[in-house]
Design a protein around this ligand. Sequence first.
Ligand code: GNR
Ligand code: NI
Length: 176
Amino acid sequence: MALLHILRYPDPRLHKVAERVDRVDDRIRKLIKDMAETMYAAPGIGLAATQVDVHQRVIVIDVSETRDQLRVFVNPERVAISGEAEWEEGCLSVPGVFEKVQRAGKITVRALGADGEPYTLEAEGLLAVCIQHEMDHLEGKVFVEYLSRLKQQRILARIKKQERQTPGPEGRRVVL
Ligand code: GNR
Ligand code: NI
């Protein structure tokens, strides 16, 4: 059992681009297990390795109500997208912020599973939105970057105020 520390926006490490995994070995399987535990404990419906400061292309997602349908995506690639969707999104790296984002409505992804075997998944609804949100994290992109400059400024101002009142675990000071 290992809960991982989740980086908080605007930590610059959230903007690193993750590297491909060349082999699903014991180290990656341990990462997947710890990420799943961290996601369930948070609680959240998805988590990208970038958020726990591991810059490798690994995502875990569970959008089921019963919280027992873990999906693992290693080296995910988008094969196709279609349609449009708009959901109110949140992010474990930006707690307390919920904003609508436009995404593709349907997405087909190809990835390796926890067993290292390739598979293809066609997703829609919340799962499709979540896959796109997590794949953005692997590219160093956080959902707030889709919002207007004004909204981003307000979010940063609010975070800065919160940090003044309760500094983070590393005593990190946000310089804006
Ligand atoms: O828990 C999460 N909920 C969520 C809701 C709408 C759209 C995307 C998400 S993902 C988020 C967890 C997270 O930050 N993943 O990176
Ligand atoms: Ni997120």
